[in-house]
Design a protein around this ligand. Structure first.
Ligand SMILES: [Zn+2]
Length: 262
């Protein structure tokens, strides 16, 4: 199989519905093709994301009943006898189709939710980059310039309706240099400024509204890397010209610090 053939069958394969000979041929190709393997991985990630995040909606009983009721009513009143005789089969067909329709609807809603979430993240990423650039341009990096978490954290009290977690990560080479108020996602948020070597990191934090932990995802925007995750009931966005790997290390350190009470 070549890449084109494999990609045409990837979805069927992912659903476990490919016949054995073709599945074997496909797997042989995957073993030697990093691109197709990456596509399969993406597809699996999307599938599990839908499974995890999209609510499943069963067609309501009332809708099912209405659909079933509608058919006999139409055929009983003015249909010829021959058509009425086919009624049982039509009802069975309708039942099958309403099941498929409900499944398609659920999938569409799932994809749509994922899309909305994705678009929301993209819009936020733009805001986060804008906040970062603003802070670098206007000599407005910090409202409270301090390397002491015990100075930075109380500074936010009374300015925000939540208390942002402020961690000292100097041991790991991420030096807290201050804090600032910013405005993202239609709300006041905490911006914490860290330095790693000569690089500035803006870390935006605000309450997530739920305790769901979400793994981080990396985006690249206008020459900056962004890392975004949800943990400890907060939304976290880190933005910097640091490379993605070091940003991930920053995230790991923050998560560790968050898990260890100071
Ligand atoms: Zn391939």
């Amino acid at each position: 199989m070549n890449c084109t053939e494999v990609r045409a069958l990837l979805a069927v394969y992912g659903d476990g519905e490919l016949d054995l000979p073709r599945a074997v041929a496909l797997e042989q190709h995957l073993a030697g093709c990093a691109d197709c393997t990456a596509l399969l991985r993406e597809q699996n990630a999307l599938r599990s994301a839908i499974r995890t995040h999209a609510p499943y909606h069963r067609a309501p009983e009332a809708l099912r009943a209405r659909l079933h009721a509608a058919l006999p009513a139409a055929t009983d009143s003015d249909a010829p006898v021959a058509q009425r005789a086919r009624r049982p089969r039509s009802t069975a067909t309708l039942r099958r189709w309403s099941g498929a329709l409900a499944a398609a609807l659920a999938l569409a809603i799932g994809i749509n939710l994922l899309y909305v979430a994705q678009r929301g993240d993209d819009a936020l990423a733009d805001e986060v980059v804008a906040g970062h650039v603003r802070s670098l341009q206007a000599a407005h990096l910090a409202d409270v310039p301090s390397t002491d978490q015990h100075t930075v954290k109380p500074w936010f009290a009374g300015k925000l309706d939540f208390s942002p977690p402020v961690h000292d990560l100097a041991d790991a080479g991420f030096v807290l240099t201050g804090g600032r108020l910013d405005y993202i996602d239609h709300r006041n948020v905490a911006a914490l400024i860290y330095r790693h070597r000569q690089h500035v990191i803006n870390l935006f934090v605000w309450p997530a509204g739920s305790d769901t932990d979400r793994g981080s995802s990396v985006k690249a925007r206008e020459g900056y890397n962004l890392l975004h995750w949800t943990a400890e009931g907060d939304v976290w966005w880190a933005v910097s010209d640091l490379n993605a790997e070091e940003l991930r290390e920053f995230e790991q350190r923050l998560r560790q610090a968050g898990a260890t009470p100071s």
